[in-house]
Design a binder for this molecule. Structure first.
Ligand SMILES: NC(=O)c1ccc[n+]([C@@H]2O[C@H](COP(=O)([O-])OP(=O)(O)OC[C@H]3O[C@@H](n4cnc5c(N)ncnc54)[C@H](OP(=O)(O)O)[C@@H]3O)[C@@H](O)[C@H]2O)c1
Length: 212
């Protein structure tokens, strides 16, 4: 059965992105120190061998249980869904071969033709809401799973729809003090999860929650 899962990095104080990390300040990582804060959040991931390979950073990188977990995560994804703000930042920074290698459905109000990248990533722009994007992602994913990639706005909508089967959080020991909060705008009663797995890493604790 195809699963819908969230897989993100989170600061200790619950932020998905630091204040100042917007397209407007993309060329100024010193603005409110967003570049260093983001680097601290993602340090665990960038150092994994499988991620270095995906981002074409060259050989090397950590191997071990966290690297194996990241590799399995990539292997299980048949389609990604993301919000327009995450997409726009990626458009400005991903390599030509965007690191998804699946169809990606972008929630947006802006109509746009599909954007095909080398290496199997095609971005489809969906103007008919999160349920339609999920329908399209299910068709595209086949027997594989669907990742809600972010950002906060997109994830909150899928949590509110009750569509998220698994929540995977890499909790990094960094404090942002402000930014894009993950857990807000949730309707009551909120989604229910139980702890499925905790994996210690050197730069993040990897938490996995599933439906009870
Ligand atoms: N820590 C992590 O692991 C992680 C993962 C992913 C992203 N992020 C970060 O999260 C931040 C972005 O998150 P965010 O919450 O600001 O934005 P987001 O969820 O990426 O995108 C929100 C935008 O998507 C469009 N949208 C969302 N729902 C829609 C709907 N139902 N119908 C039509 N359009 C819809 C709207 O844009 P339009 O109205 O302009 O179309 C909306 O402003 C970025 O800084 C990103 O780097 C962090």
């Amino acid at each position: 059965m195809t699963k819908v899962f969230v897989n993100i990095g989170l600061s200790l104080d619950g932020y998905l992105a630091p204040e100042g990390m917007t397209l407007e300040h993309w060329a100024e990582p010193g603005y409110k120190d967003w570049g260093a804060k983001w680097g601290g959040l993602m340090a665990w991931l960038i150092s994994q061998q499988v991620m270095r390979e995906k981002l074409k950073f060259g050989p090397g990188g950590e191997t071990g249980p966290v690297n194996d977990m990241v590799r399995r995560t990539f292997e299980r994804i048949g389609a990604n869904i993301m919000g327009k703000r995450m997409f726009e930042q990626g458009e400005a920074s991903w390599p030509e071969e965007a690191p998804f290698h699946t169809p990606v459905f972008v929630l947006t109000h802006e109509p746009r033709d599909p954007w095909v990248r080398p290496g199997g990533t095609t971005f489809h722009f969906v103007n008919d809401g999160p349920e339609r994007a999920l329908e399209l992602a299910r068709e595209a994913a086949g027997t594989r799973d669907i990742r809600i990639a972010g950002g906060a706005d997109a994830i909150q909508q899928y949590l509110n729809l009750g569509a998220v089967d698994e929540l995977e959080i890499a909790l990094a020991p960094v404090l942002f003090g402000g930014g894009r909060r993950l857990f807000e705008h949730l309707s009551e009663p909120g989604p229910q999860f139980r702890i499925d797995r905790v994996l210690d890493g050197t730069a993040a604790t990897h938490l996995r929650y599933v439906r009870p």
